[in-house]
Design a protein around this ligand. Structure first.
Ligand SMILES: [Zn+2]
Length: 263
């Protein structure tokens, strides 16, 4: 009888230990999970994976002019002296936190939140969020003097990115904005959307004056919203058709294949 009691006690202890272990693992997962604490922002409007691509993107991909627009935005021109191949970079993390390191002036944070919400409506691969915890994209506003000293005098904003040309693609982006030279709130916004577009993997520029009103990536753009083509580029960039490290030629092939694909 005593022997059986001892076995029963032993089993009970094992059961309690197993329950405690299960509890600890669950708690850890919760703390580590994307639903954990630490970030205050809206829930995604589309909680499930969805196709970011629509009829417009497919029709666009069938046109040579849009395919040129795409590679201009997404595959940056090689800088002189650079040994880096010109290729696609994009985020592959499920969640990318954007952090404002300091105050950009009235309305800037609200504007940034609207941009991030729009990015999340455009595509379903990466969930962007404005927050403080483990930021991957940072935005700093500098005085004109400080900007000139650290970045130079020939720009009003700049984005430095760190990336792999294979998975996981982009791992870090730091945006600096010359707050002193962006005189009006509209200019601050135009610079912010331009640099944020670089920070999500669109490293190119449009330089022809005919593109002045067409893209946030015109060199001295004044636009404060992504155009329909800009949005189409972002949708396709964050779809399975485009992978980090693709060259302009590979992008062209993939866009043509997408245009011909069935829905
Ligand atoms: Zn730029």
């Amino acid at each position: 009888m005593r022997f059986i009691a001892r076995i029963a006690t032993g089993l009970l202890v094992l059961l309690v230990l197993a329950a405690a272990l299960y509890g600890a693992v669950t708690a850890l997962r919760w703390a580590d999970g994307r639903d954990g604490f630490g970030l205050l922002d809206r829930r995604p409007e589309q909680p499930l994976a969805f196709s970011s691509l629509n009829r417009y993107t497919k029709e666009a991909a069938g046109k040579a002019s849009f395919r040129r627009y795409f590679t201009t935005m997404v595959v940056p021109q090689q800088a002189s002296g650079s040994t880096e191949p010109a290729a696609v970079t994009k985020w592959e993390r499920r969640r990318v936190v954007v952090k404002l390191l300091n105050d950009g002036g009235p309305g800037v944070e609200a504007y940034l939140r609207r941009l991030v919400a729009r990015l999340n409506r455009m595509q379903g691969e990466v969930r962007f969020a404005v927050g403080d915890s483990a930021p991957r994209i940072t935005i700093r506003f500098l005085s004109h003097g400080a900007y000139t000293r650290s970045i130079g005098d020939d720009s009003v904003g700049s984005t430095r990115t760190q990336y792999f040309l294979t998975s996981p693609g982009l791992i870090r982006a730091s945006i600096a904005i010359d707050a002193g030279r962006n005189g009006t709130p509209g200019q601050v916004k135009a610079t912010l959307i331009h640099e944020l577009t670089h920070a999500i993997g669109c490293g190119g520029h449009f330089s022809s004056p005919s593109d002045r009103r067409r893209s946030v990536l015109y060199e001295s753009s004044q636009i404060t919203a992504w155009s329909q083509n800009d949005a189409a580029v972002i949708r396709i960039l964050y779809s399975p058709w485009i992978k980090p490290g693709m060259t302009a030629e590979q992008v062209q092939v993939s866009l043509r294949r997408y245009a011909r694909s069935r829905d």
